[in-house]
Write a protein that binds this ligand. Structure first.
Ligand code: SAM
Length: 262
């Protein structure tokens, strides 16, 4: 049975995304390693390094407040926490990271992982909050975060421009939007190879490792549908962000987009 993602009406997308992530929650971390041969770890390290959190934290009187949207099982959040822990308890106030996701199963796996990480229990470690909800309607006050991050999440959102406007609303002036997402591989010849890999191998790996071909079929189709680098940068600018730019990683297989609220 084929998911037929392209034929799913917008109204049903949210429901389908919910089902996909509930199904994959327990195999999610293993599958990331299998599908990307571990490279997703390098992308995520690079993404979090680029946020410049120790400097932002040092400049903040309250301790930096980070919102990790579509935080899922915590891969980005734990890196953020490590970056801030390295800053040490000398930080004037305790940093706070809010993990936000629409899916209770993904958050459950994330909270279990958090409980197993001793460094999160040490004094000076940032406080973690786990909050369930939709990126399109954030349950947070205006101007309440220094950094909004979203990794491999935005392409799952039904109304992306709405989520981008919400991102801007909850950021304080001077706050930073950072997004890691699959993007368009360049040059064309490499893209052909990559498409061949993703359309054949990823659903097959999903079937083999997670016994779930359909969810991984959805994954590759959602990647194919998402706008390329420049188009997505325009969406971010259209939401009111300034100084929007992006960096490609691994020939554009993924890109990091940033923008500022002024
Ligand atoms: N950021 C994590 C990482 O990099 O490993 C998790 C990424 S996972 C591929 C995508 C996550 O987006 C899932 O946990 C899913 O539940 C979440 N998600 C999908 N739609 C969402 C929405 N509208 N609002 C918030 N989270 C959403």
């Amino acid at each position: 049975t084929h998911f037929g993602y392209r034929d799913v009406p917008q109204a049903d997308k949210a429901k389908m995304v919910g089902e996909v992530f509930s199904r994959v929650a327990d195999s999610y971390d293993l599958m990331n390693d299998v599908m990307s041969a571990g490279v997703h770890r390098v992308w995520k390290d690079h993404f979090v390094d680029g946020m410049g959190l120790p400097a932002i934290n040092a400049a903040s009187s309250t301790g930096v407040r980070v919102l990790d949207v579509a935080g899922g099982t915590g891969d980005i959040t734990f890196r953020i926490a490590d970056a801030l822990a390295a800053d040490g308890p000398s930080a004037r106030a305790r940093a706070e990271v809010t993990v936000f996701d629409i899916n209770a199963d993904m958050l459950r796996v994330g909270e279990q992982r958090a409980g197993a990480r001793a460094q999160l229990q040490r004094p000076g470690a940032p406080a973690l909050r786990w909050v369930q909800g939709d990126a399109e309607t954030l349950p947070f006050d205006d101007s309440s975060f220094d950094v909004y991050s979203i990794a491999f999440g935005i392409r799952n959102v039904t109304d992306v421009p709405k989520a981008l406007r919400e991102a801007r609303r909850v950021l304080r002036p001077g706050g930073r939007f950072v997004c890691l997402e699959f993007s368009q591989v360049q040059p064309r010849i490499l893209r052909a190879l990559y498409d061949e890999y993703s359309f054949r191998m990823i659903p097959a790996l999903g079937a083999l490792v997670a016994n779930d071909r359909e969810s991984y079929q959805y994954l590759v189709e959602s990647i194919r549908k998402f706008p390329a680098q420049d188009a997505f940068a325009r969406w971010i600018a259209d939401a009111g962000f300034k100084a929007v730019s992006y960096t490609n990683l691994t020939f554009g297989a993924v890109a990091i987009h940033t923008g500022f609220k002024v």
